[in-house]
Design a binder for this molecule. Structure first.
Ligand code: NAP
Length: 245
């Protein structure tokens, strides 16, 4: 029970890595608010297991500034505080730059980077006032090393790195920690789109020789959210089987 009694807000909790973070936080004693457009299949199941007072789903498009602001206000009314914020929601709209539409650029920036700004801005003041908080931004190895066909995605994820370090410096003296996790290739719907050949080529580039699991990201997330990481801020922890070392 690493985060027993803590209140967490996780974006993109309906599927993939976010869904696993929600479950791992519940297993470790937290009350979890999840922001995503849909509840998916798993959030209702987890509500049955852990109770609808422990897991609250908010139907929110995190790229919509006003919707995020209203939902954060609801969370603070319901739980009185937020101790942990995980900015995990993310999308891809891949394409070579010559063919990338402005819409594909903007939607990726809004959902992947804008959302972290909207949630963190809304929660910075309450966290500073309570003199504690942990913010974790889910970036990507692609934000560190780039990837052809993902200029929008890589820019949004590199942006999250600068955002993490700047915010960490702003709030460190008030005991609010801000860190990022950069996953490598993780088995989720986002990577399901890769065909067999792409998967094989990718796997040969990973020193550990395999794609990672959502559990392997969620474990690092609960560590960073907990007091075990009480002196860690402004860091980007790569969890990628050695992919970006
Ligand atoms: P995923 O399986 O596609 O799930 C994405 C999650 O984000 C879903 O819960 C989705 O919920 C939510 N989401 C998407 N657009 C949203 C919006 N506009 N408003 C609210 N929620 C939204 O993706 P994943 O693989 O778990 O990725 C999670 C995070 O890890 C992303 O930030 C991704 O960039 C990062 N990452 C993933 C990998 C990987 O290999 N999988 C590697 C590096 C980094 P709804 O559709 O219900 O809204």
């Amino acid at each position: 029970m690493l985060i027993d009694g803590k209140v967490a807000l996780v974006t993109g909790g309906s599927r993939g890595i976010g869904r696993q973070i929600v479950e791992t936080f519940l297993e470790n004693g937290a009350v979890v608010h999840s922001f995503s457009r849909s509840a998916g299949d798993d959030l209702p199941r987890m509500q049955e297991t852990y109770g609808s007072d422990r897991l609250i789903h908010h139907a929110v498009d995190v790229g919509d500034e006003e919707a995020v602001s209203a939902a954060v206000t609801r969370v603070l009314e319901q739980s009185g505080r937020v101790d942990i914020l995980v900015n995990n929601a993310g999308i891809t709209r891949d394409g070579l730059i010559m063919r990338m539409s402005t819409e594909d650029w903007r939607s990726v920036m809004d959902v992947n980077l804008g959302s972290a700004f909207y949630t963190a801005r809304a929660l910075a003041r309450p966290m500073i006032k309570q003199r504690s908080g942990a913010i974790i931004n889910i970036t990507s190895v692609v934000g560190l090393i780039g990837n052809a066909g993902q200029a929008n995605y890589a820019a949004s994820k590199a942006g999250l790195v600068g955002f993490t370090k700047s915010l960490a410096r702003e709030v460190a003296s008030r005991n609010v920690r801000v860190n990022a996790i950069a996953p490598g290739f993780i088995e989720t719907e986002m990577t399901d789109r890769l065909n067999g050949d792409q998967r094989e080529t990718l796997t040969t580039q990973i020193p550990m020789g395999r794609i990672g699991t959502a559990e392997e990201i969620a474990k690092v997330c609960v560590f960073l959210a907990s007091d075990m990481a009480s002196y860690i801020t402004g860091e980007v922890i790569t969890v990628g089987g050695g992919l970006a070392m």
